[in-house]
Design a protein around this ligand. Structure first.
Ligand code: PAF
Length: 295
């Protein structure tokens, strides 16, 4: 930060900047910089990312940008919650130094011809359900990394495939940044925190709890091998498909956390059990790490 202050961050609040030039000026002499990329509508999960960032850097930057490039034509770009004032308050409470909230025109002044593709890793699961999603994510993340130039960037494990493709981009393109994964935060009822949870009414939320129940059932079966993990989770989801409102399963997969390919039936080691489902009009994703000790 150029203008250090002795007052606590919560009363001063972050510097909110909207352009690349303002950002550059805000980050002169910033020391070790951590970036937390977000699309706003900040919740407890984001707070935990900010705390991780705060503990590891001199200057914490939170970017808030609802990235049109990662939304499909029939997705919720228009209705995605935009709550910059509230978000800035959250950032103030978490001691964030700079909020970078660019406009679409700042990020994409002309048609984005050159994009970053995830390759085969981005074609399955989330990538198969949401064509173009990972191209949108990697393109905006690489732009944010170039604009902010952080030493580290923090991403939630809740979006496990996103975290994996971002790690792979950083490795494959030799980007000089450390990627830190933050554990998933859950509400007391088990629902993973997400900006999209606000779309759920009470009945939909009750049905949505089947996702974390299924993942827990799968993880509890880990001692019996990958097939048992899949079957236990699938059993819960089959029941949830009959609930009112129903949980409409998109995918359930037990994958290698680095490549997001399915683990074989004789696999042992660390895997990720990932699920995506629709409840009402809301699409939810969740995952848990699973340690497989026996095939
Ligand atoms: O996880 C998100 O909120 C977004 O995908 C990200 C990483 C901020 C890119 O727009």
């Amino acid at each position: 930060m150029t203008e250090p202050t002795s007052q606590p961050a919560s009363t001063v609040g972050p510097l909110v900047v909207h352009t690349a030039e303002e950002l550059r000026r805000a980050l002169a002499d910033a020391g070790r910089v951590a970036l937390v990329p977000t699309m706003g509508a900040l919740h407890e999960g984001h707070r935990s990312l900010m705390r991780l960032a705060r503990a590891q850097a001199d200057t914490v930057v939170v970017s808030i940008f609802v990235n049109p490039l990662q939304f499909g034509p029939n997705e919720d770009f228009d209705r995605y919650p935009r709550t910059l004032d509230t978000d800035t308050g959250v950032c103030a409470q978490e001691g964030v130094d700079v909020v970078f909230a660019p406009t679409v025109n700042t990020m994409y002044p002309t048609e984005q011809m050159v994009t970053v593709q995830a390759g085969a890793m981005g074609d399955r699961l989330e990538g198969a359900s949401r064509p173009g999603f990972f191209t949108g994510v990697l393109t905006v993340v690489s732009k944010l990394l170039h604009l902010v130039g952080p030493d580290l960037a923090v991403f939630g494990q809740k979006d496990a495939q996103q975290l994996a493709v971002v790690r792979r981009m950083v490795a494959d393109l030799n980007l000089p940044v450390e990627i830190v994964g933050a554990p998933t935060l859950r509400d007391p009822d088990g629902l993973a925190t997400s900006s999209r949870n606000v779309y759920l009414d009470a009945d939909e939320r009750a049905s949505a709890l089947a996702l974390s129940r299924a993942l827990n059932a799968g993880r509890d079966a880990a001692a019996d091998g990958p097939e048992a993990v899949r079957a236990a989770a699938q059993g819960v989801l089959d029941e949830a498909a009959k609930a009112a409102p129903p949980v409409e399963l998109d995918y359930l997969a037990l994958v290698d956390p680095a490549t997001f390919t399915d683990v074989p039936a004789d696999f042992t080691g660390e895997a990720v059990l990932a699920v995506a489902a629709r409840v009402g009009t809301t699409r939810l994703i969740d995952n848990v790490p699973v340690r497989l000790t026996r095939s």
